[in-house]
Design a protein around this ligand. Structure first.
Ligand SMILES: [Zn+2]
Length: 392
């Protein structure tokens, strides 16, 4: 299926219910064609999904929130150059600092430190040039697990990165999906060599921001039932639905949980609402079994904004376990404002990706969660400062 083909009639699509006539009231509709009759063929435009660009007719409040209510830490962002073909994600650091000042963002966590010379370049450009404004996390080069003494090399590299000044470790989801050891086997997040490395991070005082598996829709077949079809058709390599190649989402999430439990001395930030923003009951389960876990909201307004009451309850029940983050790069004013609007207002039915023709993570809108002032202070600032060691 592609969005350029006409939508097929779906055998399991909900059928429109006929209006119920109240006793004694005559409805004009009652005498019209039944609502569940098939549409007359050849009548109306042959609209393609790719061309569908509905304009909402809702009239609802629009609240502009240009500044965070309290000085904020963006706990999940990308300022380096390994994701962007060697070009710095933030091409003008002065302009970025001005935007941060305007928006009341004191600090950004830069997850792109890598290791060695690239870590040095990130630390020079951000942390050392602008102390307290930027905190760069390093990576672990898991490909070394294909070498006979890979685990020892990884531990040595991690110690070196900590000594250079890395402020944490970013673990990306290639762990569990791509990384293979010398035997050719996939390395899962609860592999003993990963456990020992993450335990070492804890000993070195480095928090670990970890992304495993997520999102769920990338593990579902790429067909007309996939709610992220727009995104997957644009980036088909993001599909992990082939069970001959990839573990299941559930297996990876169980491995994440086992890792968290096996390394209680390590502080973890679960990326993208604990890697399972689609299922906040599961997030609460992880928070319960792993007191060393907090979660960021980065890159998942689409998910938490379509279940705003459930997400609000999660935050109110765990006010010290949720961190503000955007995962928006290069960072733009609109990205910050939509996050502030989501956290601070009760606005309804707004775009989570302002300016996008087709919302990238699903064709729906989001609503705000209007958090109380004390909880906003925790989510924007205090939880991040505690986990990142900024208050020590
Ligand atoms: Zn990210």
């Amino acid at each position: 299926m592609t969005p350029t083909t006409p939508p097929e009639p779906s055998p399991d699509a909900p059928r429109a219910a006929a209006p119920e006539a109240s006793p004694g009231v005559t409805h004009a509709a009652a005498s019209a064609a039944p609502l569940d009759a098939p549409p007359p063929s050849g009548d109306g435009p042959d609209l393609r999904l790719a061309d569908w660009a509905p304009r909402r007719t809702l009239t609802v409040p629009v609240t502009h929130v240009p500044r965070a209510a309290v000085p904020a830490v963006d706990a999940h962002n990308h300022l380096g150059r390994w994701l962007t073909d060697g070009v710095w994600c933030a091409p003008d650091v002065g302009a970025l600092l001005a935007l941060m000042d305007d928006a009341n963002v004191t600090t950004i966590v830069n997850l792109d430190g890598r290791w060695g010379a690239e870590l040095e370049a990130n630390l020079d450009r951000y942390d050392r040039a602008h102390p307290d404004r930027f905190l760069t996390f390093c990576h672990v080069d898991w490909t070394q697990l294909a070498l006979p003494d890979g685990e020892r090399r990884i531990h040595a590299d991690l110690r070196a990165s900590a000594a250079r000044g890395a402020r944490g470790v970013k673990v990306w989801k290639d762990l569990g999906l791509e990384v293979r050891d010398a035997s050719g086997a996939l390395v899962l997040p609860d592999d003993p060599r990963v456990v020992s490395t993450m335990a070492l991070a804890g000993e070195l005082g480095l928090p670990v921001l970890i992304h495993v598996a997520d999102p769920k829709a990338f593990f579902a077949p790429l067909d007309r039932h996939n709610e992220r079809v727009d995104e997957l058709l644009a980036q088909p390599q993001w599909s992990f639905a082939d069970a001959r190649t990839y573990p299941t989402f559930e297996l990876l999430m169980d491995a994440l949980e086992a890792l968290l439990v096996a390394t209680p001395g390590t502080r973890y930030i679960g990326a993208h609402v604990g890697c399972v923003a689609e299922d906040l009951d599961h997030v609460e389960h992880l928070l319960r079994v792993a007191p060393n876990l907090v979660v960021d909201i980065a890159g998942r307004l689409a998910e938490i904004g379509r279940q705003p009451r459930r997400f609000r309850r999660l935050v109110l029940d765990h006010p010290d376990r949720v961190l503000f983050g955007t995962d928006a790069f290069p960072l733009a004013r609109e990205d910050l404002e939509v996050h502030f609007r989501f956290l601070e207002t009760a606005d309804e039915a707004f775009d989570y990706a302002p300016g996008a023709d087709v919302p990238p993570q699903g064709r729906w809108t989001v609503s705000g969660v209007h958090l109380p002032a004390d909880v906003l202070a925790s989510v924007y600032r205090d939880n991040a400062r505690r986990v990142l060691g900024l208050d020590a």
